[in-house]
Design a protein around this ligand. Structure first.
Ligand code: APR
Length: 251
């Protein structure tokens, strides 16, 4: 069984003994061991198979809403068929022991299904549906499961009749104000930031570890691969979310 590197165990113990807050920033790697493809880095990642500019932006939606909606329905079904992994569970357990703010770039609901309260979904949520035109939220049932990435005609807004979109932040869109402000507050107030499963390539979220460090936090990266954030981390644990995070509970 993998042991927590001593420097990381020390940082966690100091934070707990000092009554400090932990901020956890997660990315797609957090859900990789649940079978949800990450965006980059591997041969079966999403962006290696799909062009984000053709799917994850408002212009793509306007050009072919059925193509974009079908892709998101497929991703929703992947999440529905997946289970939280031991890493999700460990973060939920850790939050019961120490003050912990959870900030995620992920649009799945696996943290919540593991029992976590997510303080900020900085890139929105797959299941937070709203009308593309009038913004009215949609809580109705989803259409039937789509097998693979087919085109699916989007649901219609009951108020204005326009198409219902997923509540994710598309390229070129700004992050939700409340989620972003919560994330910044968590980063500036924490004594320890755990950065789990993100390539650190997409700003402004990728700027949160440096912000935390500027405010005195110790930054720990948990990722099997080096990333754009590794040089900014005080400590790096080359491990996976589901292998590393449960070990923190034994500290
Ligand atoms: N445990 C921890 N980390 C992992 C694991 C794992 N089991 N498997 C992969 N990783 C790491 C990879 O090494 C990589 O650094 O997860 C990271 C995934 O990087 P990305 O696919 O770029 O995902 P992310 O950083 O969350 O992307 C940020 O980009 O496309 C946008 O909006 C999208 O929120 C997303 C943002």
């Amino acid at each position: 069984m993998e042991r927590v590197p001593a420097a990381i165990a020390d940082a966690l113990q100091r934070t707990i003994e000092g009554g400090g807050r932990i901020c956890v920033l997660t990315g797609a790697g957090m859900s990789a061991e649940s079978g949800i493809p990450t965006f980059r880095g591997t041969h079966d990642s999403l962006w290696s198979r799909f062009d984000p500019m053709q799917l994850a932006r408002a212009e793509a939606w306007c050009a072919d809403p059925a193509l974009v909606w079908g892709w998101y329905r497929w991703r929703m079904q992947l999440v529905r068929d997946a289970q939280p992994n031991a890493g999700h569970q460990a973060l939920a357990d850790l939050a019961r022991r120490v003050p912990l703010a959870l900030v995620t770039q992920n649009v799945d609901d696996l943290h919540e299904r593991a029992g976590s309260t997510v303080d900020a979904h900085v890139h929105g949520s797959l299941f937070a549906l709203r009308c593309f035109a009038c913004g009215r939220t949609h809580h109705g049932p989803l259409d039937d499961y789509v097998d693979g990435q087919q085109k699916v005609a989007p649901l219609r807004c009951t108020a204005c009749g326009d198409a219902i979109r997923p509540g994710v932040v598309w390229f070129g869109e700004s992050l939700p104000d409340e989620a972003w402000n919560t994330a910044v507050d968590a980063a500036t107030r924490c004594a320890l930031m755990l950065v789990v499963g993100t390539s650190g390539l997409v700003y402004p979220a990728a700027g949160l570890p440096a912000l935390a460090r500027r405010h005195g936090a110790t930054v720990v990266e948990i990722n099997p691969e080096p990333t754009a954030l590794s040089a900014e981390a005080d400590h790096v644990w080359r491990s996976t979310a589901a292998q590393a995070l449960p070990q923190l509970l034994a500290v």
